[in-house]
Design a protein around this ligand. Structure first.
Ligand SMILES: [Cu+2]
Length: 142
């Protein structure tokens, strides 16, 4: 008899718990609906984003100067945290006159700009020749 009472009490407690849970879920559903609506509204308000350019200040060393009539400078550059490992790459000069005073082997800092159509470099500044750079170890490929 005692156990029957206990069982009934348990079932009452369970019933209460279920009711409580049900109430909670209803509340959550209402909340998430409200959030969805808010998100949609803010999306509509946001103007069409023009793709932002990402700018990184990078140090590197000149590997190859632009050929006549071309506009690309090849550099070994240091790691760019969270973006690019140290590597050799060719970049398009935003302003070709920026390369006119450079020679192969110059250590430079520059801004790397990731735009819609690839990478640009600009604001090239020469660094002292004894600047220590962590450049990529380039396996000789021939
Ligand atoms: Cu790179």
């Amino acid at each position: 008899m005692k156990s029957a009472l206990f069982t009934r009490m348990l079932s009452i407690i369970f019933g209460l718990l279920l009711a409580a849970c049900g109430g909670g879920e209803k509340g959550q559903t209402a909340d998430s609906t409200a959030t969805d609506t808010a998100t949609e509204a803010s999306n509509e308000e946001a103007p069409e984003e023009t793709p932002k350019e990402e700018v990184y200040t990078v140090k590197g060393q000149v590997v190859r100067l632009p050929e006549t009539g071309k506009n690309d400078l090849t550099v070994d550059h240091e790691e760019i945290p969270d973006f690019m490992e140290a590597m050799r790459m060719s970049l398009t000069l935003a302003d070709s006159t920026e390369a006119k005073d450079l020679v192969v082997g110059d250590k430079i800092s520059f801004e790397m700009v990731k735009g819609e159509s690839g990478f640009l470099m600009r604001k090239i500044e020469k660094l002292p020749a004894d600047t220590e750079l962590k450049l990529p170890a380039m396996p000789e490929k021939k």
